[in-house]
Design a protein around this ligand. Structure first.
Ligand code: GLU
Length: 424
């Protein structure tokens, strides 16, 4: 590969550039005025903190963390916190802006934010993770709060991480503040249905897309990349809805069975053996090749930037349901459109998670908790309506689903900014 090609791919893979490209296209198409464009294109606030942590062996290490609040125009900033060795400020920026657009697409009263800490949870003990989480919380605490900024889990963070954040915040406030984070354990103010919510949302919108094409779940083949929270929940719920899950890909490789994988058995196999590979009755496959299998629904549920200008032409799925944030680069969008792949963009497809986070926040603030049926019913209503809004907007304006979702979101956020006016 030439140096120029490498640099171009590097640029293409920069999530913030990917977010900006879509923003510019949607803003131009909406005819957004220049001033509004300037306001909405930049994050409102970016915080970088250096977090000293004592490791188990006694050494002191300083980790860098970020919290970006992209917009608070429609409500408190909302969005997850990820722990990963390759977190960058540009990535957190992009993810924060996607939260703004995502909350606006599903029309819940939040802005957008995101956090990230550069660390490798795979090599850290539980105690080290607790100390890094608590100190990071203490460093960003002035910017958090149920009315300010409400974090949630993301890559490599979970219910336990949220419990530590809630506790640290509450200790400083001298009162228990459950609504400061969502995605908490059930007995600490978490919501029923929250762990499944993102996967459930993906299932709901995939079913809507099938319906649109007159396809039946029982004859639909699904390929899922990633078997973490989103991928495994989506796999379980899609299998329950009748889909045939023919392939699951993880970092170490993929497993393929054209007749459909038994998801519960695969989860058990991974638990027992430490890997999805060598699953009885399935073929092992190269992880990258999984993306190019002939299938009805392809569901990337892992990282950003997996479908790029270099491989998008090889995607043979009818429907691309983006469970992950930013799995497709901006350049790849055009290639998928040329090949008539029906894209359910991330800011719609994976919005089930933040939608149930909203329900959790509402329940915490009321101190009144809903049963699972109520949570799932309300989630379904929001996902079905949002899918319909995006797809009909795309058809009406002759744009692809992603740009339609951005246009819908930008319009809602711009309207809020206009009504509020500029404080000087
Ligand atoms: N991290 C999830 C996302 O990217 C959930 C965010 C939330 O619930 O606030 O949508």
């Amino acid at each position: 590969m030439s140096l120029e090609a490498t640099t171009n791919l590097e640029q293409e893979l920069n999530p913030w550039l990917a977010a900006e490209t879509r923003f510019d296209l949607a803003a131009a198409r909406l005819g957004l005025d220049d001033g509004m464009r300037k306001i909405l294109s930049k994050p409102a606030r970016e915080l970088t903190v250096n977090i000293p942590v004592q490791l188990d062996d006694g050494r002191l290490q300083v980790f860098t963390g970020y919290r970006v609040q992209h917009s608070i125009a429609r409500g408190p900033a909302k969005g997850g916190i990820r722990f990963a060795p390759d977190v960058t400020l540009d990535e957190v920026r992009a993810l924060a802006s996607w939260m703004t657009w995502k909350c606006a697409v599903v029309n819940i009263p939040f802005g957008g934010g995101k956090g990230g800490v550069i660390c490798d949870p795979a090599v850290m003990s539980e105690g080290e993770l607790e100390r890094i989480t608590r100190r990071y919380t203490a460093e960003i605490m002035d910017f958090l709060g149920p009315e300010r900024d409400v974090p949630a889990p993301d890559m490599n963070t979970n219910e336990q991480t949220m419990a530590w954040i809630m506790d640290t915040y509450s200790m400083h406030k001298r009162t228990t503040v459950t609504a400061v984070v969502t995605g908490k354990p059930l007995n600490l103010g978490g919501s029923r249905g929250r762990p499944e919510a993102t996967g459930r949302g993906c299932t709901i919108v995939s079913l809507q897309a099938l319906k649109k094409f007159g396809l039946d779940p029982a004859s639909s083949r699904v390929v899922i990349q990633g078997f973490g929270n989103v991928g495994s929940m989506a796999a379980r719920l899609m299998a329950r809805a009748g889909f045939k899950i023919v392939c699951i890909a993880e970092v170490e490789g993929a497993v393929y069975n054209p007749h459909g994988l038994d998801i519960a058995a695969l989860l058990k196999h991974r638990k027992d053996s430490g890997s999805i590979l060598d699953f009885p009755g399935a073929e092992n496959m190269d992880a990258h090749e999984a993306l190019f299998l002939d299938c009805d629904v392809l569901l990337p549920a892992a990282k950003e930037g997996v479908i790029t200008s270099e491989n998008a032409a090889k995607v043979r799925a009818k429907i691309l349901c983006e469970g992950a944030n930013g799995p497709t680069t901006a350049v790849a969008d055009d290639i998928l459109a040329d090949n008539n792949v029906f894209v359910i963009p991330d800011i719609l497809a994976n919005a089930g998670g933040v939608t149930v986070s909203y329900f959790e926040w509402v329940q915490d603030r009321q101190g009144f908790f809903w049963n699972e049926q109520l949570v799932n019913g309300r989630l379904e209503e929001i996902m079905v309506n949002s899918f319909r809004d995006v797809v009909s907007y795309a058809e009406k304006h002759g744009v692809n689903n992603r740009i339609a979702a951005y246009m819908l979101a930008l319009d809602r956020v711009a309207f809020a900014v206009k009504l509020r006016g500029i404080y000087a």
